[in-house]
Design a binder for this molecule. Structure first.
Ligand code: 48H
Length: 257
């Protein structure tokens, strides 16, 4: 056995470079690796689309790891069980309407299957802006999150995508950039960002699906970001809406691409 540190370094650099250059242009760019983004990425990849997901943190999974208040179990409703079934995540029935799953199993299993199906995930990359052409979002402006965290003045790089999905959760980060910097209005009741409303789980879960759609040419919202953009309520640690929203946005984009 002749292990060579330089070959180890070269192997990592070469392989990462292959991934990054292959995603300089993609069908769909997803911003945020929470449950909705991961599920959207899985279905798009399964349909043969070129899809890259950018996640600011070291780990994907977003708000799912912590279940509710760090009790690492999630609740899903019956309508969403079929999504967990697709991934092979084990669920337990709690009563007629509520089912539970282990949060760690859910994140790990969905992530593993999405990547094996063809989703390329870039962790530790923050999306700080969009690339625009006339009044359409056509890509993303990205930078290392440690650069962002250190407040260093380092210019970003740009990737092209036919469509972008904002799955950044409560913060709606891509939508905020578009509302601030681009011409025209968002396709929301106010034309702007409605802002997230207080807890109402049942209403929020159905609103999440309704609000999952294109809100600016080239830009879709899904998951918590869909409600926070439209002005819908939050739902707490029930995750069926997030999973169904990821499936819905992928389905709409597969039709369009
Ligand atoms: C790169 C970014 C950027 C950026 C943010 O919050 P998430 O888990 O998103 P969803 O919508 O899939 O799931 C929401 C759910 O976790 C939740 O919070 C619920 C159901 N709350 C209900 C309630 O009442 O509180 O994940 C978003 C991800 C995170 O991992 C961020 O780090 C990442 O997006 N992110 N990545 N560039 N600019 N902004």
């Amino acid at each position: 056995m002749a292990l060579d540190e330089i070959i180890i370094s070269r192997a990592i650099i070469d392989r990462y470079y292959e991934k990054l250059t292959s995603c300089l242009s993609s069908d769909v760019a997803i911003v945020g690796g929470g449950p909705s983004g991961l599920v959207a990425g899985y279905f798009l990849a399964k349909a043969g689309k070129k899809v890259a997901l950018f996640e600011r943190k070291l780990s994907v999974g977003g708000g799912m790891w912590g279940g509710g208040m760090l009790f690492n179990e999630i609740v899903v409703q019956e309508e969403a069980l079929r999504i967990l079934d697709i991934f092979g995540v084990r669920c337990k029935q709690y009563d007629d309407h509520h089912y539970t799953a282990d949060a760690i199993e859910t994140v790990a299993t969905i992530t593993g299957m999405a990547v094996r199906t063809g989703l390329t995930i870039f962790n530790c990359i923050s999306v700080e802006d969009v690339m625009m052409r006339q009044d359409k979002v056509e890509g993303l402006v990205i930078n290392w999150s440690p650069v962002e965290m250190a407040g260093l003045h380092v210019d970003p790089l740009t990737v092209r995508a036919a469509y972008t999905i904002d799955t950044t959760g409560h913060d709606t980060e891509v939508v905020k950039v578009v509302a601030r910097k681009m011409a025209g209005t968002l396709d929301t009741p106010t034309g702007g960002i409605g802002g997230e409303k207080s807890m109402w789980a049942e209403r929020a879960e159905s609103d999440t699906l309704k609000n999952t759609r294109e809100i600016y040419p080239g830009l879709y919202v899904a998951g918590m970001a869909a409600n926070a953009t439209a002005g819908g309520p939050r739902m707490g640690p029930i995750f069926g809406g997030m999973l169904l929203s990821g499936e819905k946005v992928a389905g709409e984009l597969i039709q369009r691409l």
